[in-house]
Unconditional design. Structure first.
Length: 105
């Protein structure tokens, strides 16, 4: 991909890894079941909502501090991005009062 990017030409690639797509693409076309779901700049297209809709996964989208590109971190159903505690909002919109226990062996 570094070689292709260095050629400074327009290319069309099928990439299923969102972190690779973020590093090398300027624009994305997202498809699901043969239909175009979204199109646009990487920063506009790669969202946690799109990843949930298209791939059925929960993900946190941040910015890689080294290359300043979007970075996708996939999460299990109950991981948090808005803090740990009793009254907080989950990325999927779930709210509620509950406690957390962390056991380290």
């Amino acid at each position: 991909m570094d070689l292709v990017k260095s050629l400074n030409i327009t290319t069309l690639s099928a990439i299923h890894d969102m972190n690779i797509a973020s590093m090398y693409c300027d624009y994305l076309i997202v498809m699901k079941k043969g239909e175009i779901i979204d199109f646009g700049k990487v920063e506009e297209v790669i969202t946690s909502a799109m990843l949930k809709d298209v791939f059925g996964v929960n993900a946190y989208i941040g910015v890689n501090p080294i290359n300043k590109k979007l970075q996708v971190s996939f999460m299990h159903t109950h991981e948090h991005i808005n803090g740990i505690g009793e009254d907080h909002v989950h990325e999927d919109g779930f709210t509620g009062f509950h406690s957390h226990q962390h056991i380290c062996l």
